[in-house]
Design a protein around this ligand. Sequence first.
Ligand code: NAD
Length: 284
Amino acid sequence: MEEMFQRAAGDLVNSKYAIALTGAGMSTESGIPDFRGPDGIWTKNPEAERKSYDAYYELLHDPKAHWEEILTPGSFFNLFENIGKALPNPGHHALAELEGMGILKFVITQNVDGLHRRAGSQNLIEYHGGLGRLRCMSCGLRFDREEFDLEGLKRENQLPPRCKSCNGVLKHDGVYFREPIPGDVYNLSLEAASKCDVMLVCGTSAVVYPFAELPRVARQRRAETERKAEAGIHVAERIPAVTIIEVNAEPTPLTGEGISDYLIRGKTGEVLPKIVEEVRKIRQ
Ligand code: NAD
């Protein structure tokens, strides 16, 4: 295992443009369950998976009823309960440290829990938004959740919350299944994936699209680079090859399809700090 940490540290130190992609597995050690891991919400409760796929249409169809469900204690959608109390774990801190060292240029996360930001990651793309904010479904304005007394609105039968600017219906800023990814976030992520030379993919089953495209986009570029190199065309400077490193508790489709170069199997909260430790040794 030690050699794997050293290998990843070497790849990161030698990179010019490394990025990290993260998923729900990053936050299980902070007490927030993932969806598809062995203790995942959907693994234990398949009905919750069906409900997740329907949530966006339920919101569009009846925002009041959907908000009432979100605010019902114990409901699957009462995500604020768990997430509000969670703290970043050593994995989040390790990625923030790699950014501080100038190695990681971006963290692109699927997580909606805000823990990367709380750990100090600054160049952060929250691909699926964040539950700490509310977003207007009409004008797109975002507000801090604290600006609204959601429980009070529920008691007074005033749900859904309304935009302070245009009176449109507010939803939380987390992106639902079947809801489009905001264009700015989508484009920025694609650009980063298209130019990175190291991609560290942490705690994701890599099956939720379009996020799961990102490693495939990077991998595809490497295949093109190799083909051009074989044909004698000099491309190494212009299109750098990419090394894709997975840190995950179990193999994923990226492992099986040969998209990733190697998998470091383990917990992100343990593996990532070890990699940072090796980076420090190389840089001494
Ligand atoms: P997923 O549940 O599909 O997969 C999580 C993966 O991480 C699994 O392969 C699991 O084995 C692995 N894993 C779990 N704990 C780990 C650990 N400590 N170390 C290493 N690996 C670990 O998650 P996903 O791919 O992110 O897709 C789920 C979707 O649901 C995402 O779009 C995300 O937005 C959302 N979600 C977010 C949160 C959150 O914000 N914390 C939590 C649940 C779901």
